[in-house]
Design a protein around this ligand. Structure first.
Ligand code: S3P
Length: 446
């Protein structure tokens, strides 16, 4: 799962993007579909599962803890669960690769089971903060030993019975919320999470879909999610909608490359994930929602995106939780807009697969974009639709979204942009490059 040999990728303009794409399954929903299926009693089927390395890391770990997980065909998987409380002691360490979601959510599951698991990861994941999940899980009684600073490798010694808690999220993090709710699944009584700022709600939705007793209340302090533990989960047939975070690259690419007209099919539009759509529309993007429908309990539509002259905006900080993974590519959109874009209130970007504020500031500056860096975001002066200079090599820093965002920038640059290592793209979007070739085949030399 680690990319030993770097895979450099030279991206130069190819002209307009046209045609239709179907984005892979939602990464967040795919992780949760595997985890809840693994804890159900009986056999679940999942259609549209993202077969990226992050999700495969979750599948491998769940297998090691007793679930039977089989691939039946492209995106079609069958999972035979062990039942809540039934996870088995894994042999050896669980390799989480690059995946923060796998790590934090599985730590939650292990915390309330009678097993001990060691979590390891790649160089990127080993720098990311885990105290945000260690703190509440320790309050529930789990014994967690981490590397200095609450980093990986770490060991979770689960406890049965765990203690139900009421936990107020100190950071707007769906991963922390989900870790506590998943720990609550095998905890007697009612475990509660209060989120002052709403984050993606896939865990709550899917737990309810599997038959857990979950309630969500809007209170004056925020959303209060309660789960009654020692639940029995019933196996499900799950259809995973397309990932809006993967669609984001085509939304921006088609918006900034002149002449483009792209239909992105089957995009999940859960309001806790759709912030980029709002931000791009504020910038003047031409994005039409077609055939709105419900897939697997989530709102979905096809998006027709046509090139448009974008204008700089102040990105409302309130949108941050609903577009937290989309800032790198939003910064690329801003680089081509008319005027200034100010994006603040996104300090969480500093603890993603890379420090995405620093990574994008360095990469876009090297490509000739004028910007200034803040602790919590960037201010970017756009090119007014003109190509940016490019002609440089940027570091993807083991971060799939940095690599894909700079690939989008390279589609409208005067000289090629070289991504030093495109390997990390396989964590969330293994077919990204082939899809780009389908939308804009002819690579024109810079
Ligand atoms: C995710 C939540 C977000 C997001 C990550 C996936 C999830 O992280 O950045 O890519 O599936 O719950 P945080 O919850 O830490 O903000």
């Amino acid at each position: 799962m680690s990319h030993v040999t770097p895979q450099p990728w030279h991206v130069s303009p190819r002209g307009a993007l046209s045609g239709s794409v179907r984005v892979p399954g939602d990464k967040s929903i795919s992780h949760r579909a595997l985890m809840l299926s693994a804890l159900a009693v009986g056999e679940s089927r999942i259609d549209g599962l993202l077969e990226g390395e992050d999700v495969l890391a979750t599948a491998a770990a769940l297998r090691r803890m007793g679930a039977t997980i089989e691939r039946e065909g492209e995106g079609r998987w069958r999972v035979h669960g062990v039942g809540v409380g039934g996870l088995l002691q894994p042999e050896g360490a669980l390799d989480m690769g690059n995946s923060g979601t796998s790590t934090r959510l599985l730590m939650g599951l292990v915390a309330s089971h009678g097993v001990t698991a060691t979590f390891t990861g790649d160089a990127s994941l080993s720098k990311r903060p885990m105290n945000r999940v260690i703190d509440p899980l320790a309050q529930m009684g789990a014994d967690i030993t981490s590397s200095p600073g609450g980093r990986l490798p770490l060991m979770v010694r689960g406890i049965v019975p765990a203690v139900p808690i009421r936990y107020t999220l100190p950071v707007a993090s769906a991963q922390v919320k989900s870790a506590v709710l998943l720990a609550g699944l095998n905890t007697p009584g009612i475990t509660q999470v209060l989120e002052p700022v709403s984050t993606r709600d896939h865990s709550e939705r899917m737990l309810a879909g599997f038959g857990a007793d979950v309630t969500v209340e809007e209170t004056s302090e925020g959303r209060l999610i309660s789960i009654r533990g020692e639940a029995e989960l019933k196996p499900q047939q799950i259809v995973v909608p397309g990932d809006p975070s993967s669609a984001a690259f085509w939304m921006v690419a088609a918006s900034v490359v002149p002449g483009s007209d792209v239909l992105i099919e089957n995009v999940g539009l859960n309001s806790t994930r759709a912030g980029l759509l709002q931000a791009l529309r504020m910038m003047g993007a031409d994005i039409a929602e077609q055939d709105a429908r419900t897939v697997g309990g989530e709102p979905v539509a096809d998006l027709r995106v046509r090139h448009a002259a974008l204008v700089g905006i102040e990105v409302p900080p309130a949108l941050a939780p609903s577009m937290i993974d989309e800032y790198p590519v939003l910064f690329v959109a801003a680089a081509f807009a008319q005027g200034r874009t100010v994006a603040r209130g996104a300090e969480e970007l500093r603890v993603k697969e890379s420090d995405r504020i620093a990574a994008m500031a360095t990469a876009l500056s090297a490509c000739g974009v004028t910007l200034s860096e803040h602790e919590d975001g960037l201010t970017i002066e756009g090119s007014g639709g003109e190509p940016i200079a490019g002609g440089t090599t940027i570091a993807s820093l083991l971060d799939h979204r940095i690599a894909m965002s700079l690939a989008v920038a390279g589609l409208h640059a005067r000289r090629a942009i070289t991504i030093d290592d495109a390997g990390p793209i396989a964590t969330s979007y293994p077919t990204f490059r082939a899809t780009l070739d389908g939308l804009a085949p002819a690579e024109i030399a810079a």
